[in-house]
Design a protein around this ligand. Sequence first.
Ligand code: NAD
Ligand code: DAU
Length: 336
Amino acid sequence: MTTRVLVTGGAGFIGANFVLRTLVTRPDVQLRVLDKLTYAANPETLSAVADRVELVQGDIADAELVDRLVADTDLVVHFAAESHNDNSLADPSAFVQTNLVGTYTLLEAVRRHRVRFHHISTDEVYGDLELDDPARFTEQTPYNPSSPYSSTKAGSDLLVRAWVRSFDIAATISNCSNNYGPYQHIEKFIPRQITNVLSGIRPKLYGDGRNVRDWIHVDDHNDAVWTIIDHGTIGETYLIGADGEVDNRTVVETILELLGRPADAFDFVTDRPGHDRRYAIDSTRLRDELGWRPNYLDFRAGLSATIDWYRGHTDWWQPGKAAVEAGYAATQQITG
Ligand code: NAD
Ligand code: DAU
């Protein structure tokens, strides 16, 4: 039987990878994307599959549109969000509107039409850890978000939990660590540094460069999402992570080395206000209860493949490069 899936944010980084991978792995699924096509979307990403995926340009906070689309679907996978911390520090308004009001609008439609809902969220809802702390985030870690972005994601998670408890909707939540891979917007750390080097610009490290992120390949994230949709318990939260802790300086040095540049050919720039020090996910629950395992176990190899993708797809990212760098240059000074 065909499952009709509505993918919100399906023209962005993780949502588009979800769409492209699902087309290959799930021939029984019929996909429709609802995406506002903000600056973060690149419609080119889905152009090759336009005959197989309907792309509806619209806002998840548009209650009438959302109601019509949800009425005609079996499952909503909710990726749409304002996703960049630096932007949320410059102007939080779109984050409140999309991440909170947009998620609320979807939940109300799901409640009316009794449709299965999976909510995509982030490990940033848990705040951060010290570099020398042996602890990692688990499903029991208290929420403690730091930025306007992560606080609106935390709020959206709590809305989903409340709608499960109060209105008995069939929802699950996943909180994942930092994703890397193809089709990621060049404002984000890894693609920014890769495309900097490819453009003859020195990579830029915030602060002392020692902040740690827990990297996972986007395909591993999306496989975990399907595992939770298929086998997860309704109302429950699952953390997704692939034991990929690396500090930012090491990531930049590896990119430089893989591109044949000196390992110290980078600049330190002004730190991000409130910059979370370290994220680390303990994904034992997902592995033990649902049997998920990551496939990308070698970060250097995954990074190398990602570099190759950006090298081979300059048409995809080059048109926006100068504007992204001009935006950063307006707020960040070189410090070392
Ligand atoms: P992205 O910014 O690349 O894509 C977001 C997409 O949502 C874009 O296509 C954008 O046009 C769309 N969108 C924004 N506002 C919308 C609105 N009001 N209505 C409809 N569409 C709208 O983000 P991403 O990195 O792909 O993240 C996707 C989801 O995964 C987000 O919910 C994010 O919080 C979560 N997440 C991201 C990461 C990561 O490392 N990137 C890690 C964990 C969780
Ligand atoms: O942890 C999951 C989160 O990961 C997601 O919820 C977010 O949507 C996603 O954007 C990402 O958030 P981060 O803030 O961790 O990602 P970002 O790519 O912005 O930065 C990664 C790290 O690199 C962070 O420590 C800041 C640093 N950084 C970033 C940029 C853009 C730099 O040092 N230099 C840079 O130029």
